[in-house]
Design a protein around this ligand. Structure first.
Ligand SMILES: Nc1nc2c(ncn2[C@@H]2O[C@H](COP(=O)(O)OP(=O)(O)OP(=O)(O)O)[C@@H](O)[C@H]2O)c(=O)[nH]1
Ligand SMILES: [Mg+2]
Length: 435
C-alpha cells in the first residue's frame, strides 16, 4: 500500500507527550525516509522537509490549535500540495474517451471501471474493444462490459483497430459515454504511435487518458510526457494504488509536471476507482480520521451554535461549567475570550480557568443539590461547608466558583439584553470569525 510507513510515522508523533523541536525533527526525518521509499523525487522531499520544519517551528500557533495539531495540519497541507493542487474535475456529460498505455497498465480493467462510473451517474455507457494484438482481449473486455452494465462492440478476428472503432461508434450510437480500450506495448514506439493515431482519426476522442500503474513510481512523469508528445493526453489514471509502495512517486511526479491525475485505481474490482483528490487522499493516508474536524477547528475556533447558547441561554451554573470545559478543550479559555468584544474587561480570575480547577468545580457541583445548582444564591455559609466537605475542597473554593459564575453570568446577561441581541450579535459573530 502507498505510503504505508508514513502512517506509522504520524502515529509515533501523535503518541508523543509533547510536540517540541526534537519531536518535529524526528517526524520530518521519518517523513523524508518514507517519501524516498515511496519513490518521491529527492529534491521535492528536501524542499518539503525544509518547509515543514520552518512552518512547524517558526510559525505562530493559530488560535484554537495545540502545537501537535498545528504540526499535523502543516504536514497535511504540504503533503497535499506535492500531490496536486486540487480535486480532479470530472464532468458527467456524454463524451468519447480513449484509453491508452503500456502493457499491463490496467487499461482494460479501468475502461470497464469508467463505464461503470458513468453508468452509475445516469449515463449509458458503451465499450469498444480496439486491442487487436493481445490474445483474448476481446473476451476480456466483453466480460468486463457485462460486469459494468455497459454495451459492447468488438470484432474477434479483425486486425484493424481504426476500422473497429469506426463501426463501433455506429453500433453504440445510443450510448452517452463511449470508451475505447486500446492495445499496449513494451514502450512507446512508432508502431504504437501509428495505431493510436489511426484510432484517434476515426474515434475523435473528447478525452485521451493515459493509464499508468503506481509501481512505475516517478517515471510516470516521463511516460506521460512521451505519450503526450506522441498522441496528446488529457489526463492520467494511476492504477494499482492498493498494491504498490511507489504510488507516492507516481502521483507527485505527475503533479510536479502539471499532468492532471483524473482517477486512481484502488483494486481489481469494478468499483475500485476514485476521483483523484489530494486532500482526502492525504487525510486517509495520515490515518487522522478527524482531520477535517481539526481543520474546521482551526478555521472557526468556536462553533456558532455554542456561542448563541452562551449569549441567549438562561446561564445556569451547569452551563457555566460546560462552557468552561468547552473553551478549555478549544485551546484555552483565554484564547477564546481574547476574541470577544468584552474580553479585556474580564476579571483576571475568570481568565485563570485551568484544567485542575475545572476538575475541582466538577466535584463541587457533584456535591450540590439540584436546587442549589439552579439557584446558587441559596448557598449560605453552612451549605458551603457541607459542599466543600462532600467534594474534598475548601470552603473558599466553593465561594470562589460561585463568584466566578456570577461574574460570568452578569457579563452574559449584559450581552444577551434585548438591545444588544440584534445588532451586536452579528458584530460579535464577526469577531468570532463566524460571518
Ligand atoms: N490491485 C490492482 N490490480 C489492478 C488494478 N487495475 C488493474 N489491475 C490488474 O492489473 C492486471 C492488468 O490489467 P489490465 O486491465 O488487463 O491491463 P491492460 O493495460 O489492459 O493490459 P494489456 O492489455 O496487456 O496491455 C489485471 O490483473 C488487473 O486485474 C488496480 O487498481 N489494483
Ligand atoms: Mg488490455
Amino acid at each position: 500500500m502507498v505510503f504505508e510507513n508514513l502512517k506509522d510515522s504520524i502515529k509515533e508523533f501523535t503518541g508523543l507527550a509533547v510536540a517540541d523541536k526534537e519531536a518535529v525533527n524526528k517526524l520530518v526525518k521519518n517523513i523524508q525516509r518514507d517519501l524516498i521509499r515511496a519513490d518521491v523525487d529527492i529534491g521535492l522531499v528536501k524542499n518539503l522537509s525544509e518547509t515543514i520544519k520552518e512552518r512547524a517551528l517558526k510559525q505562530d500557533l493559530p488560535k484554537g490549535l495545540t502545537r501537535k495539531e498545528h504540526v499535523l495540519n502543516i504536514v497535511y497541507e504540504e503533503l497535499s500540495s506535492i500531490l496536486g493542487d486540487e480535486k480532479a474535475s470530472i464532468d458527467i456529460n456524454p463524451k468519447k474517451i480513449l484509453m491508452i498505455g503500456l502493457f499491463g497498465a490496467g487499461k482494460t480493467t479501468t475502461s470497464a471501471k469508467l463505464a461503470d462510473f458513468y453508468r452509475k451517474r445516469g449515463l449509458k455507457s458503451g465499450l469498444i474493444a480496439a486491442d487487436v494484438h493481445r490474445p483474448a482481449a476481446y473476451e476480456q473486455l466483453q466480460q468486463n462490459a457485462e460486469k459494468s452494465g455497459a454495451e459492447f462492440y468488438g470484432e474477434k478476428n479483425s486486425k484493424n483497430a481504426g476500422k473497429i472503432v469506426k463501426k463501433g461508434l455506429k453500433a453504440l450510437s445510443d450510448c452517452d459515454v463511449i470508451i475505447t480500450d486500446s492495445a499496449g506495448r513494451d514502450s512507446m514506439n512508432k508502431e504504437l504511435e501509428k495505431e493510436l493515431k489511426s484510432i484517434e482519426k476515426h474515434f475523435k476522442p473528447d478525452e485521451t487518458l493515459l493509464v499508468v500503474p503506481a509501481d512505475i513510481g516517478q517515471s510516470a512523469k516521463e511516460q506521460a510526457e512521451t505519450f503526450n508528445k506522441a498522441v496528446g493526453i488529457d489526463g492520467v489514471i494511476v492504477t494499482k494504488m492498493d498494491s504498490s509502495a511507489k504510488g507516492g512517486g507516481a502521483l507527485s511526479s505527475c503533479a510536479a509536471a502539471n499532468t492532471e491525475i483524473k482517477f486512481i485505481g484502488t483494486g481489481e474490482g469494478i468499483g475500485d476507482l476514485e476521483i483523484y483528490d489530494p486532500e482526502s487522499f492525504v487525510s486517509d493516508l495520515l490515518g487522522v480520521p478527524d482531520l477535517s474536524k481539526l481543520l474546521e477547528k482551526a478555521r472557526e475556533s468556536i462553533d456558532e451554535e455554542k456561542a448563541k447558547q452562551i449569549l441567549e441561554g438562561d446561564f445556569t451554573l451547569k452551563d457555566f461549567y460546560e462552557q468552561m470545559e468547552q473553551m478549555s478543550s478549544m485551546g484555552g479559555f483565554d484564547k477564546i475570550i481574547d476574541k470577544l468584544p468584552f474580553g479585556n474587561k474580564l476579571p483576571d480570575n475568570v481568565m485563570d480557568m485551568q484544567e485542575k480547577q475545572l476538575k475541582k468545580y466538577r466535584h463541587i457541583m457533584d456535591s450540590m443539590t439540584e436546587q442549589e445548582m439552579k439557584d446558587p444564591k441559596l448557598i449560605n455559609s453552612s451549605r458551603a461547608e457541607r459542599i466543600s466537605d462532600g467534594s474534598g475542597t475548601e470552603k473558599k473554593e466553593v465561594r470562589q466558583m460561585i463568584k466566578q459564575y456570577r461574574q460570568a453570568k452578569n457579563m452574559m446577561d449584559k450581552f444577551s439584553g434585548k438591545n444588544m441581541r440584534r445588532g451586536n450579535m452579528k458584530k460579535m459573530m464577526r469577531q468570532f470569525g463566524m460571518r
